[in-house]
Design a protein around this ligand. Sequence first.
Ligand code: GTP
Ligand code: MG
Length: 440
Amino acid sequence: MWCNFFTPQKIDPLYNICVVLTLIALFPDKTDINKTSYISLAHELLVKYRDLFQSELTDREAAEIDFLKEKLDQCTIAIAVFGMVSKGKTSLLNALFGQKLGETGAIHGVTKGTSIYEWKIPMDNPADGEQCHKLELQLIDTQGLDEVGGEIGGATALETAKRADLILFVIAGDMTRLEQEAIAQLQSFYKPILLVFNKADLYPESDRHAIYLALQNEEMRKLISPQEIVYTVADPLPVKVRLQYSDGRESQEILEKPQPDVYALKSRILSLLNTEGKSLLSVNVLRALLEIQDVVTQRHLQKVQSSTAITALIFSIESLSLLISPHLWLDGIISGTYQSILALWLIGKYPSQKKYLWLLLIVAIASLSGELGNNSEVMHYLQILWTGLSISLLSQGIVDDLKRSRGYGKLGAKKLMELIFQSVPANSILWRFHNHSDQD
Ligand SMILES: Nc1nc2c(ncn2[C@@H]2O[C@H](COP(=O)(O)OP(=O)(O)OP(=O)(O)O)[C@@H](O)[C@H]2O)c(=O)[nH]1
Ligand SMILES: [Mg+2]
């Protein structure tokens, strides 16, 4: 882009140098995406971004990046359990772990706030040298959503939803409007959701089927695909059992509590984590990084725009110096010096744009040496025009690059996310989720 301000006929060798250098600067890094895991690539992006933008990040943003890095280092996947009160969220976690972790009860609002339970799961056939041989699972139990106004509006619920990699939304029958709205809201965080139809023991087979069909109506399909619905019985009601005695005593009816049935959900979670766990983790970390990048870029752009006054001042001084300078060779020195000062100042200010700015410096020096041999009056005015153009192109280039680097380019989280979405198997939850979000 810096070459626009040269005309090939005028300064041939410089034009060529500029084209070659621009191509080198723009040429992408040759990272072999197939040989490096997404986790490592996401990790690399995080670290690079943190190092380059250290001076631009607020304490909160730096801490968030450290948290994301830690998440990748530990291979931690957070699964948050949401739903209205008393749908069996805590019972479900107890059943999944096979032990009593949290209090349950028929009274509404047993769980207050959030509780985190950890679970380490080994991965199937991890490749040699591959990261994440074990995934550390964090299961997060939450307070019933109707306890916090039926919305994911409470600070804790909002934070939990943002941090989750996967959401289990627990219902216990046909869905209410409030539940549908809560799911729609959770979807705005771009997290895959499994719909857990708990308390299945309370419904005879025919009712269960009717509810299942209702969950697949057109409106519901926009929210959740039928493959994402799983039945569970986390804490079954006791059933009557008749005891027959062989010694002739009279038979007796007693109440016996059947075993919970969360097998389908457990195997669904485990297979999902085995096949897509790492992609899920990478995508969510990248999405969080993208959010930070957005905010930082926005702030950065405002600063660049506010530097326009300084740039205009530099241009005016440089033009004035060029106008009053008696010799062309002096013009070369003036313009070379100003361009170099500007480039060096910008390199300190925008370290991420270093490559382009060094390029500008090289071009400034090259232009100086190129002009020493020329001698014409027109060159005087061309110099001023060139200075103005190059400064304006430089500012525009920085703004454009910053905008681009937010999503794509070498520091772009979006580009890597796209690669991950392209690589996940068709019909996986991430694939469905991605295609589903694209349609919205
Ligand atoms: N029949 C039946 N009852 C269940 C099942 N799962 C949970 N329950 C009962 O539902 C009630 C609520 O269960 P909890 O696990 O406390 O529900 P929760 O969603 O965590 O409730 P809060 O923490 O209050 O929001 C308890 O009385 C459980 O015994 C189930 O699969 N079948
Ligand atoms: Mg609970």
